[in-house]
Design a protein around this ligand. Structure first.
Ligand SMILES: Cc1cc2nc3c(=O)[nH]c(=O)nc-3n(C[C@H](O)[C@H](O)[C@H](O)COP(=O)(O)O)c2cc1C
Length: 239
């Protein structure tokens, strides 16, 4: 168990396990511990960037939609690094759901059009109570409509890859059958995997940065580089 601080500076304890590791395509490494810095950075402006020309020249063949869901980005340490690493990449549309929908009033048709314009969909989020943050769940509830995303005529997403990119306070060792949390990440992610299957979306091995509570700044930068390489690979470039 490690200690972190809320925005007001009061210590808060989390008991999900602890460490620093990345699992997923092409990465498995341990990170050292480190102190929390003062976040003090505002949420980035909504960015729908998708530079077709740059994408063409960089070899990107599959446009990527990153659905970013972080309920308290102003306190974020890790996702700030991750977001900065991928936001400007060619062929990437970085879509911050909490920025776009502060009232959680999701534009369903707009989201569906966005999905149709991309070949790879990434769910980027922190692990919250062993699950996705609420706005991402609401996005799933509303946007993945019967007859559109699934069901007899629901083929809109068929063939578009779904990639989970998540961070977790607990260490990977805590996410084992005999570990602190008693279940693996794969088990906790079954509902998302089943959703992908129902929608005909190929499921990529989840990319997970675990042990964030004790991750150093250097560790976070390394994790962010690894994430950028993953996104580049998914887009068809040489990551
Ligand atoms: C409400 C809440 C619930 C959380 N639930 C979990 C959890 O179930 N498992 C876990 O390992 N970490 C959990 N954490 C820790 C976060 O996943 C972790 O702080 C986050 O991934 C770090 O990314 P960030 O620095 O960008 O916020 C939780 C944190 C909060 C605030």
């Amino acid at each position: 168990m490690t200690t972190c601080r809320s925005a007001r500076g009061a210590p808060r304890r989390w008991g999900f396990g602890s460490s620093g590791s990345v699992t997923g395509r092409g990465a498995l490494c341990e990170r050292d511990g480190g102190e929390r810095g003062d976040p003090g950075v505002d949420r980035p402006a909504l960015d729908w960037r998708s530079d077709d020309e740059a994408a063409h020249h960089s070899g990107v063949t599959r446009p990527i939609l990153i659905l970013f869901a972080h309920p308290s980005y102003e306190k974020s340490r890790v996702h700030r690094h991750l977001a900065d690493a991928v936001r400007g990449l060619p062929g990437v549309t970085f879509h911050d759901l909490y920025e776009a929908y502060p009232d959680h009033d999701i534009d369903v048709k707009g989201e569906q059009e966005l999905l149709l314009a991309h070949e790879v969909v990434i769910f980027q989020h922190p692990f919250y109570w062993y699950s996705v943050p609420p706005l991402l769940k609401q996005w799933m509830d509303l946007v993945l409509e019967h007859g559109w995303a699934y069901g007899r005529d629901g083929t809109a997403l068929r063939g578009k890859a779904l990639q989970v990119v998540l961070t977790a306070g607990g260490r990977e060792a805590a996410y084992q059958t005999e570990g602190f949390n008693r279940h693996t990440f794969a088990e906790f992610l079954r509902p998302i995997e089943a959703t992908a299957r129902l929608c005909g979306m190929p499921w990529g091995e989840p990319w997970i940065a675990a042990g964030t509570h004790t991750m150093s700044e250097a560790g976070m930068r390394e994790v962010a580089r690894d994430y950028a390489a993953l996104v580049t690979r998914l887009g068809g470039g040489a990551g």
